[in-house]
Design a protein around this ligand. Sequence first.
Ligand SMILES: [Fe+2]
Length: 366
Amino acid sequence: MTTQEAQFNVGGVRLARPFRIRRLGHFGVNVRDPEASRDFYCRLLGFRISDPLDFGPRLPEAARAKVGPTIGYFARHGTDHHSFVFFPRGAYSALNEWAKKPQGTINQITWQVGSLREISDAFDWFTRRGKPIRRAGRDLPGSNWHFYPPDPEGHINELYYGIEQIGWDGYSKPREMYGVRYTKPPQLPHKSELAEVMQAASEGIAIEKGLRASDIGEEKYDVEGVLLSRPFKIVRHGPVRLFVDDMDAMLGFYRDDLGLTVTEEVDYRGHRCVFLRANTEHHSMALYPLKLRDELELHPQSTLASSSSPASTTAPLRSIPTATLSSSTTTWSRSAGTANRVPRICGRRSTTQTGPTLLPRRAIRS
Ligand SMILES: [Fe+2]
């Protein structure tokens, strides 16, 4: 990048793009059975539901009976309204044709930028350059300002800012506060979130009547000095790993459009694997060739290799029961007799594991 190319002032720093990705944000999958996913991710791993979303009302009545479950979930591990999303693939695919493709097992890969202005400027920058944008505006639930550019192979990415924070009382915003529907970034400057809350209260909306997940379970484990119902706590999300068809085209998006940095490339069994980062961690994302997926005999109908949810724990990892511990890496593996994904847990990664490691073959296949 030359100085001349660094033409945008982003928070006082000249950059080649009018935004800078700060971190991998939330991540979403489309699943066959959201209730099974809810059990897995919430009861086992400790995610909490921040809001459900029913796709049923958006479907024609005739389609509703054919698509299976219609309710999906926004879930969180910290104060962000959602860090993980699992939506019903049947209902979602009936509304979004692209989700029927193998890329459609991934609902969204999201990236946080530093301000609402960055969202607005990034939206304009992508638009001016003729890049496709699937939708834009503001997430409700979640309140985050965003736009959704797909990568060249159809995985939905989201750039966002300002996701709702769930505080000490554990309540999300009530649905009545979703009065205004945005379909593009707002005119700037926009009113503050506090002003929105005060306005809602003045209009008689019971701002304390949102959803609070209260199923905390029996708290019997000391995790870093706090009693919890599991011997670990999910502390963040990522990296995300994809199988890709055209590595150069995908790098054109993740490196050149989004501005991620290539940390390292490795040759694994003759396959080019690329690791990219958004900040100081070695990688937020890994791209593997589709041929590797096939060589590893993973399910041909998904391009998601895995997503990770690192956990904090004071207990020795080996002392935690396997069914409880496998908190970190989810991969979508072959499931005989069905085209739907079944989440399989694999590997044992502590928060200290970094580096350009491919998952060991035995782990990927487990
Ligand atoms: Fe999102």
